[in-house]
Every structure is written in C-alpha cells, then in structure tokens.
Design a protein around this ligand. Structure first.
Ligand code: FAD
Ligand code: NAP
Length: 539
C-alpha cells in the first residue's frame, strides 16, 4: 500500500485537452467503465477550432473525412455544408459531439495544467493546475495538440505597437472589423494564406510581410449536397483512407503509380493539371517519388511556379511569391482560396522580407530597412511551437523526477509517438514519432484513442499497475523513423516539422513518415503480442 496520500480527487485517467482527441478519449474511456476527468485551458471544447477563429480559417482535409467515424448516428444527424468547412462549422460540430455523448459533465474548462509528476510508489500521476488545484490518476493522457502552443515571434519592439495586435492562433471571439484600416500581416504559412484574402477585402490597405513564400495549391471549395455524404459514401471514403499513406481517401486507380520520370513531360504536366483541378493536398501524391528529393519534386515545383505566374500578371510580384530554396512538401503545403489573386488588388502590398528584413515593430507600424510602414492593426500569423510546445509548457516529471524537457533536450524520443521511456502510464495522442500532422489528423487521433483505450482496458483486466516503453523499443523506433525519413524531402526544409521555426529548438524531423497503414500495423502488432516493447508492472 502506498504511503503517499492521494492528492485531490483521484481518477482512472486524466486527459489534458478537449479538442478532437480529448473528446473522443473521454467517450471511449468512459464507455469502457473508466473514471475520467478532462482538463482544458479554454472556456470551451474544440481545441484548434476553439482558438483559431481568424477570417478564412477552415480545414484542408475534406470535411466528410475530417468528421469522426465512430458513430453512425452522429453521421446521420450532422450535415456538412462545404467541401472544406469553415471554423464556425467545425466548432459547432465538436460542440454537438460534446452534447450528444454527454461529455461536458466530465470536462473541466478554464483549467490549465502546469505540472504533472509520476508518483512511482503509488503508480499514479499527480497533476497541479495553474490555480493550484491538485488531481491524480493512474494514467495521464496528453491530448494537448500538435499545433496548440503559439510561437512567440522573435521580432524586436512587438510590444511597442500602439494599435491592436491579433494572433491568428487566439483570435477574438467577437471578430475584428478592419474596415477603413491599414493592416499588416506577418506570416504566410497556412494561416496567413487563409486570412490574407479576407482581410484584404475589408481593409483600406493590407501590407503582407512575407519571409518565405510557400508552395500553395487551390482548395476549389464548394457546397456539399446530401448525396456527397450518404452512409455509403462515408464508409467508402473511410475504408479507402485507411490504405493511403496520408490517411485521405482516394479511389482505386485515381492515383498514378508510375515514377514521374517514366512519363513524358506532357504526361507529367497533364497529371499535375488533373490534380490541380481536383484541388487540395492530393497534389502531394501525384507521383510515388514526388516526396523524394530529385527530378520529380523539381517537376512539381516548376508546375507550381508556372501557376503563380499565370495568376499574378505583375512579374515582380510573381517572382516574390515563387518559393525558393526548399523542395515541395518539405514545408507544409498550403491550400488556398483566392490567395494569389489577392496580390493583384490595388489595396495590397507585398513586402519581401528577404530583401528588406523587419528591423523592428515601432509604435506606428513595422520598420523594414529602410522604410517604416504605418499601420492601424497588426496580424501575426507566425505559427506554433509544434508537436512538443504544449508538452514543454507543462512541467512533466517521470521516474526519478526526470523532466520530459530534459529527456527531450536533443529532440523528442518516443515509442510509436504514444509513450516515452521513463514516463510510465503517460500517453501522448499524435505525439512525435507517429504520422500525426503528416496525415488526416482525425483518422490518426481515432487510431491513437482506440489503441490507448484498448491498452488501458488490457492493463485493468490483467491487473497491471504500470506500463512503460522500454528504452530498447524506443531507440529502435526512433532509429526506424529517422531511417524512413532520410531519403525524403521532409528533413530538408527549415519547417516546424523539424523545429526550425523556433530559435534554440533541437532540429529533429518529428512526425513519422512511414505512412498510416505501416504505422497502424506496427501499433496493432504491439498490442496483439502483449505489449512486448513495454515493461509491465503487476499491481
Ligand atoms: P487540439 O485541437 O490542439 O486541442 C488541444 C487542447 O489542449 C487545446 O484546447 C488546448 O487549450 C489544450 N491544452 C493544451 N495544453 C494544456 C494545458 N497545459 N492544460 C490544459 N489544457 C491544455 N488537421 C487536419 O487533419 N486537417 C485540417 O484541415 C487541419 N486544419 C488545421 C487548421 C488550423 C488553423 C490548425 C492550427 C491546425 C489544423 N489541423 C488540421 C491540425 C489540428 O490541430 C488537428 O486536426 C486537431 O484539431 C487536433 O486535435 P487535438 O485534440 O489533438 O488537439
Ligand atoms: P506556419 O506554417 O509556421 O507559418 C508561419 C509564418 O510566419 C511563416 O510564413 C513564417 O515565415 C512566418 N514567420 C514566423 N516568424 C516570423 C518572423 N519573426 N518574421 C517574419 N515572418 C515570420 O504557421 P501557420 O500558418 O499557423 O500553420 C501551421 C500549421 O497549422 C500548418 O502548417 C497546418 O498544418 C496547420 N494549419 C492548417 C490550416 C488549414 O488549411 N486547414 C490553416 C492553418 C494552419 P518562415 O517560413 O520564414 O519561418
């Protein structure tokens, strides 16, 4: 019996975060008889879709594939209006999920977890919130999100700006009216690419401060009908998605299987054009060798450069918008609606920060050498401390009081992106080392939630007090993940995938690129063989 008194209320499982992951975890674990408490920093559920309310925010995985797949009843009750739904619709959907499955009674909002320490003698996690509340549980699941910790931009004078500064990652709930204003947007990743066209329509003048031009494909968003989301259609898509490396649906024969250079230049062009017209991230799968460095990738880059020149008649502006110095896909591909066309407007100025870097933000605006652009409002679309940021913000201590930040000083190391050696009974959803952000996140979240729930049920049935990834299994998985990533373009880009966007962060390619099917197989094997990559301690 433990000599450590239980600190605060005690649960089977504490889940941190109430986005897609936290909501589904609660539903799964509770329906298997576990006592669960979900702790969420925001004052509502939805995670990403609670926080990112900027104009233009929408998914870039098709709505019907981004919807949960676990309830036919939910499928029948919910209708998506658009191919790529806007943030208010996705947030409304997640709120509907919370209500339909009666989740709110076990979710504690306005609660930020500041520390989590493992009590080895009692086999329990002790959590402390920012308000000093203490809770404990046998298992702690971090559903804290991969893109939930906004990055603090390293721009001098940011606090000195006299007007309002808005972050896309924590946009005001009441919205912002830019009518008649001179607005500056810093950042041209996916968030900036979505927000810029809509802000330009409202502002008197918009200045876009671009450091890196990204590769962008069109969304070709459109309204959906009931026929687009019948149960048969949903079932077919879900089944197809399971076989796709990115976890998105495509029909048999829809994708070309030949390496790019085995086709003629005309055939390659026709294939790119076909996928461009289809719209969305499927462009990444145009050729099986597209994501390897070399001619196929360069062919894709040439095609995308040509499209920019077609859309932007001013050659000087088009040249600035052309991505340079990194392969297609090594930084996350953006999906747009009217992005390039926005730079043809008279009220939009593109500032090339590679030619004139930001010197500092001043009370009046942004000073790039040698001019000062006067602004009424500033929008920061500057991204996230991805994959590890939300975990690093919590003081997580495992066996022997070792801090996770210490264990990950040279980059995150996990077994299957689910578990960390030295941190028993702790699980991460879509953690580093899993397909995560390289996949349809809904699909990967569901797979992780089921794996974790099955595992916790197995441990209860077998009266196991603790489970912990072995150092050997972890090292072998980390080596395998690095090996499959090595020939691809992914480790090359100065992207958030590699931590390069956060000064001082270890440079490691964090997600698992081996693909959704191979990854799922590895997880299933682990469970089927009785968790051989883990040390299990009997109760
Ligand atoms: P999140 O939704 O990030 O939720 C994590 C929650 O944990 C947050 O609510 C946060 O407040 C809470 N939290 C974190 N730390 C603490 C703490 N210490 N204490 C208490 N609570 C805490 N993916 C796709 O597959 N398709 C898309 O189209 C897509 N579009 C995206 C658009 C945007 C603008 C962004 C930023 C991301 C997008 N993503 C997309 C990725 C998206 O994050 C995932 O699809 C999914 O929403 C993640 O769900 P989650 O529950 O794992 O994490
Ligand atoms: P991001 O891709 O990291 O983009 C951040 C942008 O800010 C980059 O253009 C970056 O330039 C710029 N930036 C950062 N610091 C800067 C500085 N100090 N000075 C000048 N520029 C600076 O972040 P994001 O756009 O928020 O997207 C993050 C991820 O969230 C996406 O990749 C995607 O996975 C997801 N997302 C998806 C959607 C969607 O379409 N559904 C929408 C939004 C987000 P550099 O590149 O030069 O660093």
């Amino acid at each position: 019996m433990s000599t450590v008194p239980p600190a605060g209320p005690d649960y089977d499982v504490i889940v941190v975060g109430a986005g897609y992951s936290g909501l589904y975890l609660l539903h799964q674990l509770r329906s298997r008889g576990r006592s669960v408490r979900v702790l969420e920093a925001a004052d509502g559920v939805g995670g990403t879709w609670y926080w990112n309310r900027y104009p233009g925010a929408r998914c870039d995985i098709e709505s019907v594939e981004y919807a949960f797949s676990f309830s036919e009843e939910l499928d029948k009750e919910w209708r998506w209006n658009e191919r790529y739904s806007a943030q208010p619709d996705i947030l409304a959907y997640l709120n509907t999920v919370a209500d339909k499955f009666d989740l709110r009674r076990d979710i504690q909002v306005n609660t930020t977890v500041s520390s989590a320490g493992y009590d080895e003698a009692a086999h329990r996690w002790r959590l402390v919130t920012q308000d000093g509340e203490r809770l404990s549980a046998q298992f702690c699941v971090m559903a804290t999100g991969c893109l939930s910790k906004p990055k603090t931009p390293d721009i001098a004078g940011l606090d000195s700006f006299a007007g309002p500064t808005y972050y896309t990652s924590s946009w005001p709930h009441e919205g912002v009216d830019f009518t008649g204003q001179r607005v500056g947007v810093i950042g041209t990743g996916s968030s900036g690419v979505q927000a810029i066209p809509l802000i330009a329509e409202q502002a008197a003048h918009l200045h876009v401060f671009q450091r890196t031009a990204n590769y962008i494909v069109p969304a070709h968003n459109h309204q959906l009908t009931d026929e687009d989301q019948t149960q048969e259609e949903l079932a077919a898509r879900r089944s197809n998605a399971l076989d796709c490396p990115l976890g998105v649906a495509f029909e048999a024969g829809e994708l070309n299987q030949l390496p790019a250079m085995e086709l003629t230049a005309e055939q390659r062009e026709a294939e790119f054009e076909r996928l461009w017209r289809r719209g969305g991230l499927i462009m990444m799968l145009a050729f099986p060798d597209l994501l390897l460095e070399g001619e196929a990738n360069e062919a894709a880059a040439a095609f995308l450069r040509k499209k920019i020149k077609e859309k932007v008649p001013d050659p000087a502006v088009a040249e600035i918008l052309i991505p340079k110095g990194f392969p297609v896909g090594s930084k996350r591909l953006c999906v747009d609606t009217n992005y390039y066309e926005t730079f043809n407007r008279d009220n939009v100025t593109l500032v090339d920060l590679t030619a004139t870097p930001i010197d500092r933000v001043t009370p009046a605006g942004v000073r790039t050498s040698p001019v000062e652009t006067e602004l009424d409002a500033l929008v920061m679309a500057t991204g996230f401390d991805a994959m590890t940021g939300a975990l690093a913000a919590i003081d997580i201590r495992g066996r022997g009081g070792v801090a996770l930040s210490q264990a990950w000083a040279e980059g995150p190391r996990t077994y299957l992106g689910l578990s960390v050696a030295g941190f028993p009974n702790l699980f991460t959803v879509t953690g580093p080392g899993s397909p995560s952000v390289l996949s349809n996140m809904r699909l990967s979240i569901e797979q992780h939630v089921r794996w974790i729930s099955d595992c916790i049920e197995y441990l209860a049935e077998h009266r196991i007090a603790s489970i912990e990834a072995t150092a050997a299994a972890q090292e072998s998985w980390v080596a395998h993940a690095a090996e499959v990533a090595a020939p691809t373009v992914y480790p090359r880009g100065a992207s958030w995938y590699t931590g390069a966007n956060v000064p001082g962060k270890a440079r490691v390619f964090m997600p698992y690129i081996g693909g959704v099917p191979a990854y799922r197989e590895a997880c299933e094997k682990e469970a089927d063989e009785g968790y051989r990559g883990f040390a299990l301690t009997p109760a």
